[in-house]
Ligand binder design. Structure first.
Ligand SMILES: [Mg+2]
Length: 368
């Protein structure tokens, strides 16, 4: 099997529940998602997707992903897509970093490997062990009324896991978190995710106010050294996300910061190949993982679902299927969220039927 073509399509995604606000004034509104199609010499097509969450979430942005794809995609022409080590080596030899652009190419090759093997990716990523994925609802920064309404809608849908965006005024944030804990009720999981929005001083004020509440704290500060100071000031269980980008930072998160949870976004780490490695490392260290991506539609969601489905249930803290939060669907809304849960598709590879007529004309095309 050889790669004979790589095409990149720009698909406009719209957040289904309106603009999504994070700390530091960052707002997710409609955005271009890059859907990558890798075609093999037997005519099979594999898909991957990359969609950065605003231009100030990670050190990448939509235009950077496109530019990096323009460099990386030609390097894969002629490669056997089932040889993921060779695919990675070719990308390594072309560009350093650029994880968000490597990810859709890596995922599309995994899709082809799965199709060729006749197996769903969950099987190839370690085995399907989590059939009911524990989905969480992300609640953007907003007024008390907006927050209460969104939490109530999620509760009505059966969701009991909430990731509440904080990282603004620490006292107001703590009040919001306390209200959501009360509203969500006994047994709910509430994560206060600052997305690195607090200064060290703000974070110290926030954790003092949050101490004693049944909440998880996610990425209070951007800098890891600040996170270490926050860690020493609180007993709240800690999840790290933006700090964790590779094996070194993952081990430091668990060992130095005592993080009990790690948020692994497939695009943040460069695709399913590194995400699987980091997932296994986290599990081996006794930490739990949240599996998701920065943003995206059905293709990104399918990759998430397969990695999550192959994660031992006791180590799978939560999952976000990004496609449930967008209007546009290129594969019929699969994988489908049902209430508070979802499962990975059964078909080979990603298990998707991508409607290519919805992709439009490619913005980049490379032929062997
Ligand atoms: Mg996070």
């Amino acid at each position: 099997m050889r790669i004979v073509a790589v095409d990149v399509f720009g698909v406009e995604l719209t957040p289904a529940a309106g603009d999504f606000r994070l700390s530091r004034g960052r707002t997710m509104s409609a955005s271009t998602s890059w859907v990558v199609r890798v075609t093999a010499d037997d005519g099979r097509r594999g898909f991957g997707e990359a969609c950065p969450l605003t231009s100030a979430y990670l050190p990448t942005f939509t235009g950077a992903v496109r530019a990096a794809l323009e460099e990386l995609a030609p390097a894969l022409l002629g490669a056997d897509p089932r040889n993921l080590a060779d695919v990675a080596a070719r990308m390594d030899a072309t560009l350093l970093g650029q994880e968000a652009a490597r990810s859709p190419l890596d995922v599309a090759c995994w899709d082809l490997l799965g199709q060729d093997a006749g197996q769903p990716l969950a099987t190839l990523l370690g085995g399907r062990v989590s059939d009911e994925l524990p989905l969480y609802e992300a609640i953007p920064m907003g007024s008390a009324q907006e927050t209460a309404q969104r939490v109530q809608r999620a509760l009505d849908a059966g969701i009991r896991r909430f990731q509440l965006k904080v990282g603004g005024d620490p006292r107001a944030d703590a009040e919001t978190v306390a209200r959501v804990v009360e509203q969500a009720g006994e047994g709910a999981v509430v994560i206060a995710d600052a997305n690195g929005g607090w200064s060290l001083a703000d974070a110290l004020v926030a954790v003092r106010a949050l101490e004693g509440l049944p909440v998880f704290l996610e990425q209070p500060c951007r800098r890891f050294e600040d996170v270490l100071h926050v860690r020493r000031a609180t007993t709240l269980p800690l999840i790290l996300d933006e700090s964790v980008t590779d094996a070194d930072s993952l081990v430091a998160a668990v060992r130095r910061a005592g993080a009990c949870g790690l948020n692994l976004k497939i695009g943040k780490v460069g695709g399913l190949t590194p995400a699987r490695r980091l997932r296994d490392l986290a599990v081996a260290l006794g930490a739990s993982v949240t599996i998701e991506d920065t943003w995206g539609g059905d293709v990104a969601a399918a990759a998430i679902a397969h990695l999550a489905a192959s994660t031992p249930p006791g180590s799978l803290f939560s999952v976000s299927l990004v496609n449930a939060a967008v209007v546009e669907h290129v594969a019929g809304g699969v994988p489908r969220t049902v209430g508070a849960t979802a499962s990975a598709p059964d078909g080979p590879g990603l298990g998707l039927e991508v409607d290519e007529s919805l992709l439009g004309d490619p913005v980049l095309s490379f032929r062997a």
